[in-house]
Write a protein that binds this ligand. Sequence first.
Ligand code: HEC
Length: 163
Amino acid sequence: MRTRLALVGLAILAFAGLPACRKKSAEPKPDLLANAYGAEPDWNDPQHIIPLSYTEAQGKRLFYDKCVWCHADATPAGPSNRSNLTPTPPLLNDGATLNSLSDDYVQNIITLGGSAMGKSAMMPPWGRTLTQDEIHELISYIRAIAQPPYQPPVRPGPKYSVK
Ligand code: HEC
């Protein structure tokens, strides 16, 4: 008797559960957060999604934490104070301005600040806030989102052959 009751109970539970299960598998919800740091829409063309490597994604996280307030993103009128700053900080996807600067120079200006590099002191030094690895991550993010795209300088081949 008890087993029969239990079986009926199980059957009811199974049927009650079924429609809910079906509905779930029919419309899987996209996980909006899953890829949030793994890609960045091109600021000049939101239809173009730029995939980010792990290092670049770390840079993206740091950019939206520390830099967006002055440098702005795709929405210069958005959360930033960019329009009030003189000189106006370059948008960090501005390839025309940033592509010609070497990684060493960019690493230095982020670490030491604008005044140490003959630029405006409005660009603060980050060397005591961020590690060199984090600054490297920021640079790889800046390079990844650059428009026109960043071309790394051609490096000379190995000087010595193994033979
Ligand atoms: C308080 C405002 C402010 C913040 C925050 C800020 N910057 Fe800047 N940044 C500036 C200004 C202003 C300039 C323009 C300096 C100039 O042209 O003299 C600048 C310039 C730069 C440049 C270009 C230098 C060049 O030679 O053209 C880079 C690269 C840069 N910032 C990176 C960053 C990064 C990365 C962060 C976040 C870690 C950051 N900045 C945060 C204000 C800021």
